[in-house]
Design a protein. Sequence first.
Length: 272
Amino acid sequence: MQKFKTKIIFPIFIPHVGCPFQCIFCDQHHITNQKEIDWDVIIPQVQKFIDKTNEYKEIAFFGGTFTCLGREEMLEYFLKFKDMIDAYTYFRISTRPDAISSDILNFLKSQKVNTIELGVQSFSDKELSACKRGYDVVNAMNACGHVKLYDFNLCVQLLIGLPQADSDTYDQNIHSLKIIKPDFVRLYPLIVLKDTILEEMYRDGDYQPLSIEKAIEICAMFYQMCEKYDINVIKMGLHGDISKDKIVAGPYHERFGELVKKLYLKNKEFSG
């Protein structure tokens, strides 16, 4: 199978499906405004998406830990679109670094998966331990290398402003990205959402989110590095249609990515 890069994606959100536990910062139902998947609505939409263009494109399963599902469950998702897949259509999945193996990667390759997004969140053991992710940096780095070895596109998702984050952990994350050089990166400043452990930590005074100005500054630093090393940053900040009443605190802005790029260009002009 030929690997290709694309931004033409039809996202299907499967909130918390396959997740072994709920992370301290996460509530996918709040983020996606979705409880269940309405396949009667989605399948015709996907058919239109496929018919619309003969360019390479991907059907993406987001919001869960896809490879923590059993083999038959994963196959059920792929088979829903079996009869409509054309030569230009592939799949994209998101999962955790500790849910990657040679057996899983071989299976995904057989199902026309082209891109794997790893919710790494951080390449700092201090941050990973603080948010109870259940794996360490060695696991994360090995998973990234494994995905690239099997010739998938690799997208790394990082959270900016995790508990215990500081200038050293940001330097560690930037250094790790330089080593891995993923095809894509998503940068999400950490937002305190309702009904999460992070909300409890915030209200107890055990967590202080970044200001919007600081989050923009840090993401601009990451963005600059990615531009230098030809790493495609495809998303910065949560999507604009999240329910605002679900946000307790943190550096949320509907145009967060635009503000980061604006600061990056300003810094570039100043330094050049």
